[in-house]
Ligand binder design. Structure first.
Ligand SMILES: NC(=O)c1ccc[n+]([C@@H]2O[C@H](COP(=O)([O-])OP(=O)(O)OC[C@H]3O[C@@H](n4cnc5c(N)ncnc54)[C@H](O)[C@@H]3O)[C@@H](O)[C@H]2O)c1
Length: 472
């Protein structure tokens, strides 16, 4: 169906033994959606087991029943978006394939035939008794799954990425033309990134490329003047695509231009920094600065697709990588997994999947998404007190120290990976900035056993935690 599952059911399709039920449950947990297994619903509604129903109605009769129940569930649960594990054979009839295509976002959970047989043959599944027939059936179903699949996945993280419209693949810059939906493309980048990857991106877009634009490098892109300059130079129609190639500053500014140009045109961020790949380009928040505050003007504008090529961060300067590692450590702490030990492609995939799931739960930042602010309350206060002459990564690393101390947690990952040193800023100014940010209520994200949680704390504790980050 559409490019993401923000407002759609997610149906997992795939051959028996692919793990649709296990993965589906995990996806539903991450997205805070209801999960149901279609076979279980059928058994409950009809009061017989699947093998009994097969024996009674034959395969064709069973498929008709299965499709009818699937359609009822998809239609009845309209707007209570669910995660559904469908039976492996749901794609057998053209009627069911049409229903899936019209009513759900379908993710093919991939499994090779040997693994499928290994997992399925000693179960009570009626279609997993004869190995030759099993393999023949697998081959026959491949094109049927292809016909309905909006995306492919191997695990719950892949499903969350697909549901958010995020594609992560090393080397994918070369295939940009295939992955960017829609028609003509306006490419927006900045001089440093354009100098390294601009030509490759243009080549990959081929004759889809309609226009090329540049914003300044770094945070200077995020000004009203620069965005106005971009608005005035864009020639695309509102149904065309704005593609933003660069770090978080570039995607924030170009994304805001896309949110506002023609009252909103589709956009595709292609993040090139670690901050961009694990954080800024995911979840649809766009923003610019005004003198009264950072990111004070912006819009929620979910990308038509986000294309992440982890190979692009190889050219990132070391200090910019360290900025990104602060967000990686924050994400790993929230996930409860030391993702920072993984090689870049997997590190990026896992962090991007985590952020995708949190943002799908809360696209407009009204609750659950606040956990992503772990350490950020302190970071923003320190940055403001330093007159923004402090790297965001350093500020977040210090903020994470404070959040971990207040949570009664070990600070080793932050100390060992990010080595944050206290900063010399005015204590009173930092405290005032934090109070302004919190508007008097000390609601801070702390780390619990199940991830982040917003907790109201006594002012004195928060102030002491902030003080510990400031050099004497
Ligand atoms: N929208 C969101 O949800 C969100 C989340 C986090 C951060 N942000 C925003 O992101 C911005 C920070 O992002 P950032 O750290 O990517 O900064 P950035 O975009 O300013 O990039 C930092 C530097 O890295 C360079 N660079 C980027 N990719 C490169 C590459 N592949 N090779 C070599 N150099 C490269 C850039 O030219 C720039 O000099 C902030 O403005 C922040 O507010 C937004």
């Amino acid at each position: 169906m559409g490019p993401n599952a923000l407002e759609q059911h997610i149906v997992l399709v795939g051959f028996m033994g692919a793990g649709k039920t296990t993965v589906g449950r995990e996806v539903a947990r991450r997205l805070d959606r209801t999960f149901f297994d279609l076979d279980e619903v059928i058994e409950q509604q009809l009061g017989s087991s699947i093998p009994e129903l097969f024996a009674e109605y034959g395969e064709d009769g069973f498929r008709a029943l299965e499709t009818q129940i699937l359609m009822e569930e998809l239609l009845l649960r309209n707007r209570y978006w669910s995660v559904i594990a469908a039976g492996g054979g749901i794609v057998e009839t053209s009627f069911a394939r049409k229903a899936l295509a019209d009513l759900a976002f379908n993710v093919l959970l991939e499994v090779d035939v040997d693994t499928a047989w290994e997992r399925a043959h000693d179960s009570d599944r009626p279609l997993a008794r004869d190995e030759t027939e099993f393999r023949r059936r697998y081959e026959r179903r491949v094109p049927l799954y292809d016909e309905v699949a909006d995306a492919r996945a191997r695990d719950a993280g892949d499903v969350a990425l697909a549901a958010a419209g995020v594609h992560v693949e090393t080397g994918v810059l070369e295939r940009l033309g295939e992955l960017v939906p829609g028609g003509p493309v306006a490419l927006v980048s900045e001089p440093v990134v354009a100098g390294i990857y601009g030509a490759d991106a243009q080549l990959a877009l081929g004759d889809r490329l309609a226009e090329v634009h540049e914003l300044p490098t770094g945070e200077r892109a995020k000004s009203v003047q620069e965005v106005e300059r971009l608005w005035r130079s864009l020639r695309i129609q509102r149904s065309d695509v704005l593609l933003a190639l660069g770090g978080g500053s570039l995607t924030d500014a170009a994304g805001f231009a896309a949110a506002t140009f023609g009252r909103g045109c589709p956009w595709v961020p292609v993040p090139t920094s670690l901050v961009g790949q694990v954080d800024a380009a995911i979840g649809g928040k766009t923003a610019i600065y005004i003198p009264e505050g950072k990111n004070l003007v912006g819009a929620f504008h979910w990308p038509a697709r986000t294309v992440i090529d982890p190979a692009l961060i190889e050219t990132l300067p070391a200090h910019e990588r360290l900025n990104g590692m602060s967000e990686v450590v924050k994400t790993g702490l929230l996930m409860g997994e030391p993702v920072w030990t993984l090689p870049d492609p997997e590190l990026v995939r896992r962090c991007a999947a985590f952020k995708s799931a949190v943002c799908l739960r809360d696209p407009h930042d009204e609750g659950p998404r606040r956990v992503l602010n772990l350490g950020h309350t302190f970071a923003h206060a320190l940055e403001a007190a330093a007159g923004y002459d402090l790297s965001h990564g350093h500020a977040v690393a210090l903020g994470l120290l404070a959040a971990l101390r207040l949570s009664g947690r070990d600070t080793d990952p932050v100390d060992e990976l990010l080595h944050p040193k206290p900063v010399a800023v005015d204590r009173e100014r930092a405290w005032q900035a934090l109070q302004r940010d919190k508007k008097g209520r000390m609601r801070i994200v702390l780390l619990g056993d199940d991830g982040g949680r917003v907790t109201e704390l006594p002012e004195a504790d928060v102030r002491a935690a902030l003080d510990s980050l400031i050099a004497r």
